[in-house]
Design a protein around this ligand. Structure first.
Ligand SMILES: Cc1cc2nc3c(=O)[nH]c(=O)nc-3n(C[C@H](O)[C@H](O)[C@H](O)COP(=O)(O)OP(=O)(O)OC[C@H]3O[C@@H](n4cnc5c(N)ncnc54)[C@H](O)[C@@H]3O)c2cc1C
Ligand code: SF4
Length: 326
């Protein structure tokens, strides 16, 4: 491991002041410390955020929810307001990692966790995301768990998070503070496609601190669910996952929000899929039509063609569950 400086921030201003040059914020450390041990992350300095007052989960005046960036995944998953009003977020969080990891993992760290592409995590391999311009060993290599949507010739890595898929279906807003002041970004605009610069994953600028995430008020009468398909039942990342929130009246879907994980380079929302559901009867045929639209642009790699059918079934199943509970 390389040597680095360690600073414990006492205030947000402290954290921002220290965030100059090649430094990284530390929350739960379950991504960052792993990657430092693997020699993938080599920051010159670490700024520990854990003393900052950013762990609160509370209602917002409009009936939505504020989740502090340091709120632990376990605390959010078991928070009574989340369980009652945003159950798909609770389900998504509880489907991730293990109890011990969720007790450490934070909302902000989960938003910014890195890909599980095996070549990204192996400093000896070509990887444009880790080392821009070095190539992509996953294209034509071991890409079974990688993306079929949103890829480029430079990177096909998935965003591995469960939380982020639920937050996307819930139309969350990410709140950021940095040298340019405070700003709020809809989660749909927070992640970038890899394009020619896969090393750039979000709109964050160096030194930006995520302070919280907010959710809009829950949609009245909506049914929702998070479905995660993976190789084993626990302690495993998604091969395909679906987060859906649907409101039905008279058997007809009035409002649908759909996000997919495990299949794309960022939490995947396609407005055409939602438009194909809204105004339609809640039947498996209409769900299958929407799934067809979702996968129409899929570009499978050498070993992940199975994800096309898997993702379709995942979405159809999630819609069946969510519409059955409205
Ligand atoms: C064995 C294992 C299995 C896992 N399985 C799953 C799974 O099934 N599903 C899933 O979704 N996840 C899974 N994870 C990933 C886990 O959820 C993440 O590691 C965790 O959420 C990261 O949060 P953290 O607080 O530990 O982040 P850290 O490791 O502290 O930080 C991660 C990154 O975010 C940055 N950062 C942290 N907080 C802030 C902030 N407030 N502002 C700006 N930057 C910040 C850090 O600088 C770092 O770059 C797994 C992890 C492990 C190790
Ligand atoms: S898919 Fe992306 S993360 Fe994986 S090796 Fe290629 S460039 Fe690196």
């Amino acid at each position: 491991m390389n040597s680095f400086t360690f600073t414990r921030a006492r205030t947000i201003a402290d954290a921002l002041r220290s965030a100059r040059g090649d430094v990284k914020f530390l929350a739960g450390g379950t991504t960052l410390v792993d990657l430092m041990k693997l020699d993938v992350e080599r920051p010159a300095g670490i700024i520990d955020l854990n003393a900052l007052p950013l762990a609160e989960v509370r209602r917002t005046p409009d009936g939505g929810l504020h989740i502090g960036a340091l709120a632990r995944n376990s605390d959010v998953a078991h928070h009574p307001d989340v369980v009652r009003d945003y159950p798909l977020l609770s389900q998504a969080l509880l489907s991730g990692a293990s109890v011990q990891l969720r007790n450490m993992a934070s909302t902000g760290g989960n938003l910014l966790q890195r890909t599980r592409c095996v070549y990204f995590r192996d400093a000896a391999m070509a990887c444009n995301k880790r080392s821009p311009g070095s190539g992509c060993a996953a294209i034509g290599g071991f890409n079974r768990n990688l993306a079929i949507l949103g890829t480029s010739a430079h990177c096909i890595a998935t965003n591995p998070s469960d939380q982020n898929v639920a937050l996307t279906a819930l139309e969350a807003t990410v709140h950021v503070t940095g040298s340019n002041g405070e700003r709020s970004v809809p989660i749909g605009d927070f992640y970038l496609l890899p394009g020619q610069t896969p090393e750039r994953e979000t709109i964050l600028e160096p030194g930006d601190l995520v302070t919280s995430v907010t959710l809009p008020p829950p949609a009245p009468g909506a049914g929702s669910t998070y479905v995660k398909l993976r190789d084993r039942a626990s302690f495993e990342f998604a091969l395909a996952s679906a987060a859906v929130v649907v409101t039905i009246k008279g058997g007809v879907m009035q409002r649908a929000r759909v996000a997919m994980g495990g299949i794309a380079t960022k939490p995947w929302r396609n407005l055409d899929v939602e438009a194909a559901l809204e105004g339609q009867p809640a039947t498996r045929e209409r769900f299958a039509d929407a799934a067809q639209i979702l996968l129409s642009d899929a570009k499978p790699q050498s070993r992940n063609g199975f994800k096309v059918e898997l993702a379709k079934r995942c979405l159809v199943h999630a819609l069946s569950v969510a519409t059955a509970v409205t």
